[in-house]
Design a protein around this ligand. Structure first.
Ligand code: GCW
Length: 666
């Protein structure tokens, strides 16, 4: 045989053996359900071939207060029994069984009882009608607005299935920077088409709305929430929506924030605005999720503003309004303390908003497993009603009894074949859903099941890769902004470092605003003698945060401005500690490359190479971060690099010239 043909055949054979996998299947087995199936039929299809299952659905099928989404899995007369109060509960039970089958097997005598901690478990898409995605790093928007409602992409049902499999039960389709067009009749018919696909999977649709819609879309001369005509316009709009989508979930609103319109444009409060919309939705059972992400350039400290703006409104919101609060007081940074609004507004339901898309944690270029970040926030003790008043307890209904309880994550999903750009970013979608269902799950446990279902059940693969995942967020913190530093990103894209950035259009968009480095030291003084932000926390946290010797070191420069030669617990100076943390982050990123190479024979070629290439970039960019930050801070500290730190490989001037073109990400 001709040599060339033999070689080609061998190559083809090798390719077959090396099993290509583009990651499009996520953590799920092959789909046996079909378009048009109802919820219970989907549940049956999902367990086909896994076990002999009987479904029992009845109002009283579960003991206690399990709610419509709860389920139990037991065995009777040799058959697995999934009991639930509703078909959606049964579907969740089916996915639980599927998960067991893929991650170690179904126990002989299962005795599983589950019900979610949060009633509403939502994704927020920051997708625009033109197909771009704000802070999206996985290609264009999934929603094909031009083709809807006539053509339904097969990915819509796959998306619904993936979400249902991890317990997500709602999706906000469009960007919180909302265009009024979303509420036009033609777009509403597209929204209806999506809602129809998602419904059998237990997923409700919500929309972000622009507060000025009555003017911009309705032709009214005001959007004042206290104007009767405005209220009537919204009520009619709500009626129109519910005629098309009878189980529509409600609205998300970003008002008077970053240039968005809002009630303050008319001298009204956030409560006036939220309540007016809430009254339009209330007859239909809809809710308003009103975002607390507000800040204006004139304040002395951006971290105080959401609190200052909303704390006085506690108790003034209607019953179907939930305040949607970002996990930290600034903006989804690699590390922030929890937002002090949690626990502080007893008479208002609050929900946490996390960011799954990695705007500030390396986009979809870098591996950063976010379950440690999410759990760190949820398990933070607010001390609102003494010890044990965690952020989770303050938001899941247990501490203050609010209902419904809710949690949201800004989605990292796009049209990329693997949905999330980086294969490991799928784990962040996954862990958000799992934690929204049960915030007591561990980062380790969730990584374990995700790895086994997604890649391989081989312990030789799972153990090292899981360790890499578990340390990845801390590595990112270390090489980007350790010891409580924050928001020292390059202008605009938020991928690389730009600690020297000072000429922003607003001071609170510059980096120097946040790190305040100078010859006297570094850090933001938020103590009682500084901006006073520590006073927003309950005792004993306010005293702990106020005192640099008590403040957790990982938040030190968030709360304190300290001299470069200030000594930390290990006896070394602040400067040396800073240098060594950056160095540790770089080393961790390099270690990830070694870990990944060590499991090469346990992963399909396609995903192996893809992740390998990203890890290389991550290690390189970690060095960029370290050198940029330390060389720049050294111009202020004037101190030498400590012995344990590798010397910079770049020049500061060279790094200052870098201009990333990240447009292709949007
Ligand atoms: O994190 C910032 C982002 C904006 C975003 C805003 C928000 C949707 O940089 O892109 O806008 O937060 O959460 O509203």
């Amino acid at each position: 045989m001709n040599r060339r043909i033999t070689a080609a055949l061998l190559l083809a054979l090798a390719a077959l053996c090396a099993r290509a996998d583009d990651g499009s299947g996520l953590w799920l087995p092959a789909d046996r359900a079909r378009d048009g199936m109802g919820t219970l039929d989907i549940a049956r299809a999902e367990v086909e071939g896994i076990a002999d299952v009987v479904f029992r659905i009845a109002a009283g099928a579960l003991p206690g207060n399990a709610g419509p989404d709860g389920y139990a899995i037991t065995r009777q007369d040799g058959r697995i029994v999934i009991s639930a109060a509703s078909p959606v509960g049964a579907l969740y039970g089916a996915y639980h069984l599927q998960r067991l089958a893929r991650t170690g097997g179904i126990p002989v005598e299962p005795d599983i009882r589950e019900s979610p901690r949060y009633d509403l478990r939502l994704l927020n898409h920051w997708d625009n009608l033109d197909g771009t995605v704000e802070r999206g790093y996985a290609g264009h928007s999934l929603w094909q607005w031009d083709e809807l409602p006539g053509t339904l992409s097969p990915r819509y049902r796959m998306y619904a299935r993936a979400n249902a499999s991890i317990g997500i039960n709602g999706t906000v389709l469009n960007n919180v920077n909302a265009t009024p067009q979303t509420l036009r009749p033609d777009y509403l018919s597209k929204v209806k088409a999506l809602a129809d696909v998602f419904r059998p999977y237990g997923i409700k649709v919500y929309l972000s709305v622009n507060f000025s819609s009555p003017v911009l879309l309705g032709g009214l001369d005001t959007s004042d929430p206290l104007d009767d005509g405005v209220a009537a316009w919204w009520a009619a709009k709500a009626d129109e929506i519910y005629r098309l989508v009878p189980d529509f979930g409600g609205f998300v609103v970003k008002a008077n924030s970053e240039g968005q319109p809002g009630p303050q444009d008319y001298g009204r409060t956030h409560a006036d605005g939220a309540n007016m919309l809430a009254r339009a939705l209330a007859p239909h059972g809809g809710i308003v999720m009103w975002r607390a992400f507000v800040y204006d350039p004139d304040s002395d400290d951006r971290a105080k503003q959401a609190y200052d703006e909303f704390i006085g409104l506690d108790g003034l919101f209607d019953g179907n309004v939930i305040l949607q609060v970002k996990n930290g007081p600034v903006d989804f940074q690699p590390r922030e303390p929890f937002n002090p609004l949690f626990g502080a507004m007893e008479r208002t339901p609050l929900m946490v908003e996390f960011q799954i898309t990695q705007e500030y944690l390396g986009h979809s270029e870098q591996l950063a497993y976010l379950a440690p970040l999410f759990t760190e926030c949820l398990r933070s003790d607010t001390y609102a009603r003494g010890r044990g008043s965690t952020v989770a307890a303050a938001t899941d209904g247990t501490l203050f009894g609010h209902s419904p309880s809710a949690i949201a994550g800004v989605a990292n999903i796009g049209l990329d074949d693997n949905w999330t750009g980086h294969h490991f970013a799928q784990a962040n979608w996954y862990c958000f859903g799992r934690l929204a269902w049960d915030h007591t799950l561990t980062s380790d446990g969730i990584a374990d099941e995700w790895l086994r279902a997604t890649f391989s059940d081989d312990d030789g693969f799972v153990e090292p890769v899981k360790r890499m995942m578990l340390s990845s967020r801390e590595a990112v913190v270390d090489y980007m902004m350790p010891l409580g530093l924050h928001h020292i990103f390059a202008e605009g894209h938020h991928y690389g470092p730009e600690p020297w950035y000072e000429r922003a259009v607003r001071p609170d968009w510059s980096s120097v605003y946040y790190h305040r480095a100078g010859s006297a030291g570094i850090g933001f003084d938020r103590t009682s003698s500084g901006s006073g932000a520590t006073g927003h926390y309950f005792s004993p946290l306010r005293e702990i945060y106020d005192d640099p010797s008590l403040c957790p070191e990982n938040l030190l420069l968030w709360f304190h401005h300290l001299p470069w030669d200030y000594r930390l617990a290990n006896g070394l100076t602040l400067w040396d500690n800073l240098c060594l943390r950056y160095q540790a982050g770089v080393e961790a990123a390099r270690e990830f490359q070694k870990v990944w190479d060590s499991v090469e024979d346990k992963v399909d070629r396609q995903r192996f190479l893809h992740v390998q290439e990203r890890l290389r970039r991550q290690a390189r960019d970690a060095v960029w971060w370290r050198d940029a930050c330390l060389l720049y801070f050294q111009t202020h500290s004037g101190m030498p690099f400590p012995p344990g730190m590798e010397r910079p490989v770049y020049d500061l001037d060279e790094l200052k010239r870098i201009r990333l073109d990240l447009k292709h990400h949007n």
